[in-house]
Design a protein around this ligand. Sequence first.
Ligand code: PMP
Length: 435
Amino acid sequence: MTSDRTREIIAADRARLWHPFTQMSTWMGEEDVVVIESGDGCWLVDTEGRRYLDGVSSLWCNLHGHRVPAIDAAIRDQLDRIAHSTMLGLASIPSVTLAERLVALAPPGLSRVFYSDAGATAVEAALKIAFQYQLQSGSPGRVRFAALGSAYHGDTVGSVSLGGIESMHGMFGPLRFDVVRIPAPHCLRCPLGRDSRSCGMECAGLAVGILEENAATLAGLVVEPLVQGAAGMLVQPVGWLPAVAGACRRLGILLVADEVATGFGRTGTLFACEREGVSPDLLCIAKGLTGGYLPLAATLATERVFEAFLGGPLSGRAFLHGHTYTGNALCCAAALASLDLLLPMLPGLDDRARRFGDLLERKIAPLPHVVEIRRRGFMAGIELMRDPSAREPYDPGLFVGRKVIMDARRRGVIIRPLGDVVVLMPPLAIPDAEM
Ligand code: PMP
């Protein structure tokens, strides 16, 4: 029996809210809307007192669980000083301290931090920086971007232009700028029809060829390193990223790494680029930056990129871009506290991720409708098909992924599917027993 209080909250929600990525007709008819009221470690607690494991880290951002004493205290401490002041024409202590930390931890060469407040805005800033960089570095003809098939980089119009998921991005065609599309290096659906055990990674050569063909007009290539998350947890073959990064360097194309999902330990290292020894020209971070507490994002740039924006007050070379809450003090304080907790965890992350992988292999892989489990670190996608051996998918109208997650919810776990790929992405700090 649902309490009157919960029923009233749900009625008010249905009357007034418009939920993201949600068909509201379905939502309004949904029988069992869960209203989250509090959190406790890796658990979410609803208004009925029921507990659910936060199996996708509150949309891939929570690292240490909820109500973490050290992060709570850091935010409260900052609140006693000031919650927010603008970065337009003013400096602030938490924004500087965090920038120094991020530069020290980021892949080599990245030396400047431009703050914003969401993954999409971090990507949007990177697009404009790359474009303006080329313009002000003697390459005004480099006005386009390359991105991967099935790419997802957020929901602003620039990020949507990069997007390669037809069901999400297709209808915005008339608003989107033209993008050079590179097939996603995804072995289950190999763009070249090869077998990953013997192919010699021809998909990297394919990508390099496309970059070479279009180099004269390309400002940058935007990629999610190692794992294309929203595309269905597509794991790139090892060696693909360095091959493509090398081509970008040789061809004068800026490499923009979107680590909004992969950053902050999610793949086992602080940044996914590290795994492949790649240093991008621009690095987009968000989600896990504050440990999943507050909305903060950043676009990191190399000094070479930054210097292209320097000039006299009337030179017109400055980056005229920013948001009201850029560099918000509470967000930066949360990020600093989260990093303090995350850094000591890093050496043990690979081992813990391996245990996560072992569990998936033992418990999930043998199930009859699992065609593939794709995983890097703590990012996992379980792809389901009607007949895995014949590679026959389910009828999309059956919403099999959704059925699985609703069943998980009844068993006390909150997860979300991407079509028929069931995503598991627990907080990094999840205790073994809860894993
Ligand atoms: N880039 C990637 C790789 C993402 O996974 C996401 C969000 N899932 C975004 C960008 C957009 O981030 P936000 O939702 O914070 O705008």
